[in-house]
Design a protein around this ligand. Structure first.
Ligand SMILES: NC(=O)c1ccc[n+]([C@@H]2O[C@H](COP(=O)([O-])OP(=O)(O)OC[C@H]3O[C@@H](n4cnc5c(N)ncnc54)[C@H](OP(=O)(O)O)[C@@H]3O)[C@@H](O)[C@H]2O)c1
Length: 275
């Protein structure tokens, strides 16, 4: 299984480093069998300082010497990366892309459909091994390929699920935008805490505590978030004044529109990449 495989991570950005770190931490793959490639040597120096993995500036070499290759570049760079690899893509290797938006047909068209290919959307919480990774598979993947991909992403995720490809953009944009919304809100709430007189550290700690407790309370309740909101708003009390401002500023509509905009962007990325 995975312990016998050589893994290449091509494009050493934030996600490649997170996945490489998960693999190293898990001890499932020996660091000698993990290669990270990037065109900038300085970036590889940073990676080597953080992780005991192999590095190269040659994407083709990394691909060539791997059993499983993960394509970790941005969607806009994918066509050019695939043109570097296409002459040597062979069916014996498993190819995995983590790029948002790009459909499997984009890869099949460039690589030939005989290549086992997984379109993955990793968890956004790889550093703490939380959240869910979604996988969609092309027709060439076998149960063994699925087991390998699942084992690999289980090193950075709490759950790994297989999704029909038509669901993966919604899975991605919902996951990324809900996370971004919470980060943005937390940042604002920490500032607000300071404005009402909390010390900065107290504001930081309490804002996180409140978000975690609120989410856990929804999880543990039989009633909806809307009903919980009603419960916390004592008539004539202080909280309802705050909620009135949130409604006047259309906070609810903004959160919904943010997810719809992210979904639209995923569609545009796919169209631009295929054009
Ligand atoms: N960030 C997330 O939470 C997240 C979650 C799930 C999936 N994703 C997907 O994961 C992919 C990477 O995202 P990221 O956030 O890690 O982005 P990132 O930090 O920008 O990483 C992409 C890396 O690829 C490098 N690169 C570009 N062209 C290359 C080439 N031809 N050969 C080798 N390396 C090349 C870039 O270098 P330069 O910067 O020097 O150009 C950059 O370091 C994206 O496709 C994204 O859709 C991201």
């Amino acid at each position: 299984m995975l312990d016998e495989k050589r893994v290449a991570l091509i494009g050493a950005g934030v996600m490649a480093e997170t996945i490489a770190a998960g693999l190293v931490r898990s001890k499932l793959v020996s660091p000698g069998n993990i290669t990270v490639s990037h065109y900038r040597p300085e970036r590889l120096t940073e990676i080597r300082a953080a992780l005991p993995v192999q590095t190269t500036t040659d994407n083709r070499l990394a691909y060539d010497e791997s059993d499983i290759a993960l394509l970790c570049v941005r969607p806009q760079a994918m066509a050019s990366l695939l043109s570097e690899l296409d002459s040597q893509v062979i069916p014996q290797k498993l190819l995995i892309s983590i790029a948002a938006g790009l459909p499997i047909r984009f890869y099949d068209a460039r690589l030939g459909s005989r290549v086992p290919f997984v379109r993955a959307m990793p968890t956004f919480f790889g550093r703490i091994k939380a959240g869910t990774t979604g996988l969609s598979l092309n027709a060439e993947t076998t149960a063994e390929h699925l087991a390998l991909a699942s084992q690999l992403f289980a090193t950075i995720s709490e759950n790994v699920v297989v999704l029909p490809e038509h669901e993966i953009d919604a899975f991605t944009t919902f996951g990324s935008t809900t996370t971004a919304t919470i980060y943005l809100l937390l940042d604002a709430l920490i500032t607000a805490g300071s404005l009402v007189g909390l010390r900065h550290q107290a504001s930081h700690t309490r804002a996180i505590e409140q978000v975690i407790a609120a989410a856990r309370n929804v999880e543990a309740s039989d009633i909806s978030p809307a009903q919980l909101l009603e419960e916390i708003c004592t008539p004539g009390g202080v909280t309802v004044e705050g909620v009135k401002v949130l409604e006047e500023r259309a906070a609810r509509g903004a959160a919904i529109d943010a997810i719809l905009a992210a979904m639209e962007r995923a569609r545009t990325l796919a169209k631009e990449a295929e054009a």
